[in-house]
Structure formats: C-alpha cells, structure tokens
Write a new protein. Structure first.
Length: 408
C-alpha cells in the first residue's frame, strides 16, 4: 500500500497544492504546514532535502546518494573532475527520469554536461545545453534496465570549474503522469498540475496552456520539460513563461526550440501568492505534445482537490471525495457497499444494501424474507423467532429415537 503523509515536519515526499480557495486564500495556507504524500508507491526518501556532495565522488563506488526529489549541491573542482550521484531505487524499466543542472550561480563556467547511467553503469541518456544558457537538462528519459541510477555532472569540455551547481532530479512511474485539465487557456481557467508528471498538448498560436502554482515567499521553482514524450524524434518547440501573480507580467521566459528537453529555474518566489506557468508551442513546431515536472524545493507539485494526500491524476476518489478506496476494488469507500471487502461489481443479491462480499446472511439464511427477519434487518434478526422452532424439532427427534429403542 502507498503511505500517506500529512505534514512537512514528518516524513515527506511529494507536495500537493489545492486548487480550491477558501475566503480568498488557498486551502494550503501560509500559516499551516504543506500537505505532502507518497504517490503510487515509489521508493522515496524520508525527506526531500538539499544534499551537499561528499568528496571523493568520482566513481560509482563512492557516488553520493540522493533520495527522490533531493537536490544535490556540488562543485566541479578541480578542473576535469566529475561528480557522480546515485539513486538506489529500485526502479523499473520504463520509469521516467527528469534531471537538471542549474549553473546560473557559478562564478566559473556555466557550461555543464549531464549523463544518466543504469545499474551496471551503462549510459542511457545525456545532454550538454538543453537547460537555460549553457546548463543541462534531461526530461522524461526512460529507464531501460531495472535497479538504481547514476547521475554524472561535469563541465562540458572538462576545461573549467563550475562553482557551484545544483542538481534537481526526480524519478516517476508512467502511471504518475496525468493529462492537463482543459479548459486552461487563461490564468482564470488554470489548474495546478494534475499529476507528478503533467502531459500537455498545444497547437500553438492562441492555444495557450496555463498552470497554477501556489507558492510561499522564498520557495524555489524548477520546471523540467520533455519535448518528445512519445520518443519519436519529433520535438515540440515549447516556450515556458513564469507569470507573476497578476497573470500577465513575465518573470522568466525559457524557449526550448529544436531540443528534446528544457528547463526553467531555479526561480525564488519573492512573495506568497498564486503564480502561473504558461506553456505554448512556438514557430513551425514538428510536434505538439509535451510533458513536464514542476518542482518546489525539489518536491513535485500536483493538485489534490480533496486534500487526501493523493494527486488528482492518481486519485480514484478525487473531487470533494477524500474517502479513499480501502479494499482496492475501484469503488470509493463512501459509496462502496462493502468498503473493507473487495466487491468491484457491487453485487447485492438480497438487496439489503450490504454487498455479497461482506453480507454473511446472503442466501436466505437469516435476515431475509422467510427467515424471520425483514429485508435489510441485521444478520440474526430472525433468531428469536427461530429458536423455539429449533427446540421443538430437537425434542421431536429425541422422542422418535426413544420409541425406536422401545420397539427393538
């Protein structure tokens, strides 16, 4: 079962952002701790955190460990070195890796390289400059071998130092992806991302996709984009624009034309409020589908309308229903006629409102018409009327046995 967690001060993994408002303030208010949860049972950290590298870390055996959503902080120094980070997982074939090296604060080179290696240290994805400026980003790389992953950061030409850099990374399962919720063609129609990974599509022009981001002052935003989610070699020319709380002022603009990945950030929010991520397709784009993760302080952001700790895109019982599905039969507890026993067909042979899977009086034994109790009566309601009849039957049987003995 997936673990559901509630407060950031406790063990935490993924952060949810509610899209509803109460008295003009978001349900995730600035006076309370953020709601967080593990979604879809990924093997995750006890707490997403900022983790400083520990030298030496230039070989797989000495790689610095990260948990899902952790941000790695390092320096490429001296010239020519490489830093190796690892996530133990275990991950499955087809899991999606999003990673980005932010070099904008470097006092040396900002030209990074980023490579992903599988559990036997064979490379399966890499990038030089798909991020902002000369930084590196990999969006939605699909794991080809189960187990752990290694992430290697270098200066692009091994010719200078990068001091410092920040490594953002998250691994998601394919079923943690959810489609954008239309309409979302304006700030007023925007919704928070539905899943850990958000799938979108835009035909460009006036087909604009707006996503809502509820943020606190000082929180750090990173968006990692996959311009080729179907891996057909046809890239969407995405443009990511972070808009201020007025829904119109551009704070950051990051085009990702002619490349399979892109990134925005890290951007530090100056104040509490609702910001907007605008995604559009520009130019004569070869394709129009994309997917991305939105990270706040390293933790993926997603909508959770019923505040049950499960992203809308993975939540069977979403909307205003926080009841969950305890028995995993695909029917929400608040309408399930057997909430603790799997009964996917909701069969109820005697029509008493209790499903067959948990109704021990089904079959006309007790609690049914003809068994001493009305339809809907609790099991055993007919027992007081039945007991005298049982006693009479027992006495008659005893007399028959006694007469048989006397005849012999």
């Amino acid at each position: 079962m997936c673990t559901k967690l509630s407060q950031r001060s406790q063990t935490t993994e993924y952060r949810q952002s509610n899209t509803q408002q109460i008295s003009g303030a978001t349900r995730r208010t600035v006076s309370t701790a953020h709601a967080l949860a593990v979604v879809a049972c990924l093997t995750l950290s006890a707490r997403a955190d900022f983790v400083a590298e520990n030298e030496p870390n230039n070989a797989p055996a000495t790689a610095d460990p990260l948990f899902n959503g952790d941000v790695g902080l390092g320096n490429i120094s001296p010239v020519g070195e490489g830093d190796i980070w690892k996530q133990e997982g275990p991950f499955a074939v087809g899991d999606l890796v999003f990673a980005y090296v932010d070099t904008q604060d470097s006092t040396g080179s900002t030209n990074s390289s980023l490579a992903l290696f599988d559990s036997i240290f064979a490379p399966f994805a890499g990038d030089l400059d798909d991020g902002p400026g000369l930084s590196s980003a990999i969006g939605g790389a699909e794991l080809t071998t189960p187990g752990r992953i290694f992430i290697v950061v270098r200066e692009a030409f091994n010719a200078a130092m990068i001091t410092p850099y920040s490594l953002y990374q998250v691994v998601a399962t394919p079923d943690q992806a959810a489609n954008e919720v239309e309409p979302n063609n304006s700030p007023g129609e925007s919704k928070a991302p539905s899943g850990i990974v958000t799938n979108g599509e835009s035909s460009g022009g006036l087909d604009l996709d707006y996503y809502r981001i509820d943020a606190l002052a000082g929180e750090e935003l990173v968006v990692i984009m996959d311009n080729d989610p179907d891996k057909d070699g046809m890239f969407a020319n995405t443009i990511m624009i972070l808009l201020d709380t007025d829904g119109s002022t551009a704070l950051v603009t990051e085009p990702a034309f002619g490349q399979d990945s892109g990134a925005l950030g890290a951007f530090v929010f100056p104040s509490n409020g609702t910001y907007f991520l605008l995604v559009n397709i520009g130019g004569a784009s070869p394709d129009n589908d994309y997917r991305f993760v939105t990270l706040i302080d390293g933790l993926p952001l997603c909508a959770d309308d019923d505040a049950d700790g499960i992203c809308n895109g993975a939540d069977l019982c979403d909307g205003s229903d926080a009841s969950g599905d305890s028995d995993g039969d695909g029917v929400c507890d608040d309408i399930d006629n057997c909430p603790s026993d799997a009964n996917p067909a909701q069969s109820d042979s005697d029509g008493d409102g209790t499903g067959d899977a948990c109704d021990i009086d089904d079959g006309g034994i007790l609690g049914d018409p003809g068994a001493g109790g009305p339809v809907g009566a609790p099991c055993g309601a007919g027992v007081p009327m039945l007991m005298p009849l049982m006693a009479v039957g027992a006495a008659a049987g005893m007399r028959r046995r006694q007469r048989g003995k006397a005849a012999r």
